[in-house]
Design a protein around this ligand. Structure first.
Ligand SMILES: [Zn+2]
Length: 383
């Protein structure tokens, strides 16, 4: 089976929506006693967006060009630029070179997650090479290591069986990552929608993608591992490495149900999740049960990392027009997410065909989700 291309980029861009009308706030409660109740801590507004230092924990900058960095500066973002063992991205050496250029250009703003090639994992010299490369990358400032969904969905062993994250080959790699003081970012499985028929999927971007790519639509491939098989293998790996800092990319592929994410975070204290390219799945839930989703963010305020999956690949920043378009779309994605998480404003999200009121999360929650949690999860302050 061919490796499955990421549809996350499309997901991130499809999130972008125009400004909705401002949600009217309810009347202020009237104090009945002489001592008025303390006012709730004020949340943030759209005006605060540019002022707060923020960190996008999941982006891909596969170019030497400064376009991404310029927009990150303009919108007051630091970024975690992630290399991926993904055949549709540039070769790993090129991704690494791009990351190093970006980090060097602004080390306080650009952080780097390296990766390693899974191919050849049964060869005798594979582990030694991977360990040497990770050590060299850590010495050059890498803060994390990404393992992609080719583990679980594409890579096979010499007997032709798919390999999973709990394959014994990855255990010494995890030990090395931990020893080097790095964090593992794991993207295993696919959105739950991938295992559903088209008419039961929650978002239009997933529906369109799997309609056009039936080969990757797991509902049509019962011979492939189930969604629960994928999640269980990932969970066994996380359980086997309790001292390893683990970030489950894309809400740990549990995006369809905040109860599932909560159970994962409860069970594995070393795990966090990033939100990259899954905000519409969260919005799908909050338009149905606003309080449940808002309470989830408040309860797990120490475990959630803001991220987008914004991606800039070679050939996408070659002209002034392309550079301006990327900046416009990145700004739009970042402000749309801020409107949803930080303010009470409503906005139209076409891929779920809904007007989505903002969660207006308390300031201290936003401060953690947008910055402090990433600093801790990637140990950025100590390195
Ligand atoms: Zn990504």
């Amino acid at each position: 089976m061919k490796p499955i291309p990421s549809m996350l980029f499309a997901g991130a861009f499809l999130l972008m929506c125009g400004c909705g009308s401002k949600e009217a706030e309810g009347p202020l409660p009237v104090a009945e006693s002489a001592q008025p109740a303390p006012a709730p801590a004020p949340g943030y507004s759209m005006e605060d967006f540019a002022n707060l230092r923020k960190l996008d924990a999941h982006v891909h900058i596969n170019v030497l060009d400064s376009t991404f960095l310029e927009q990150a500066r303009a919108d007051n973002f630091e970024v975690m630029a992630i290399n991926v063992d993904y055949p549709d991205f540039p070769k790993l050496a090129e991704q690494r070179a791009a990351a190093l250029v970006q980090v060097k250009a602004d080390p306080a703003r650009v952080h780097w997650a390296t990766t390693f090639a899974v191919k050849g994992f049964e060869k005798k010299d594979w582990l030694g090479k991977v360990k040497a490369q990770l050590a060299a990358d850590a010495a050059q400032g890498a803060k994390a290591v990404k393992i992609w969904k080719n583990v679980g969905m594409a890579e096979k062993d010499s007997s032709g069986r798919l390999i999973f994250l709990d394959n014994p080959a990855f255990s010494p790699v995890a030990d090395e990552i931990q020893k080097l003081g790095l964090t593992l970012i794991g993207h295993q499985a696919e959105p739950y929608n991938c295992w559903l028929p088209l008419d039961q999927m929650s978002t239009d971007n997933d529906r369109e993608y799997f309609k056009e790519h039936p080969q990757y639509h797991m509902f049509l491939h019962p011979e492939m591992p189930s969604y629960e098989d994928q999640i269980a293998a990932r969970d066994r790996f996380v359980a086997a490495h309790p001292q390893l800092r683990f970030v489950g990319a894309h809400l740990g592929s549990l995006e369809y149900d905040t109860d599932r994410i909560a159970a994962f975070l409860d069970k594995y204290p070393n795990a966090n999740v990033d939100m990259a390219a899954r905000m519409s799945q969260v919005q799908y839930q909050s338009v149905r049960d606003y309080d449940k989703v808002r309470n989830f963010f408040i309860k797990y305020q120490d475990r959630l990392l803001y991220g987008t999956d914004l991606t800039l690949n070679p050939g996408e920043a070659g002209t002034d027009e392309q550079r301006a378009e990327f900046k416009r779309s990145a700004h739009e994605a970042w402000t749309a997410d801020w409107r949803y998480l930080a303010t009470p404003e409503s906005q139209r999200v076409e891929i779920i065909k809904a007007d989505v009121p903002g969660l207006a999360l308390p300031r201290e929650v936003i401060d953690k989700v947008y910055y402090a949690n990433a600093v801790r999860a990637f140990a950025l302050a100590s390195q």
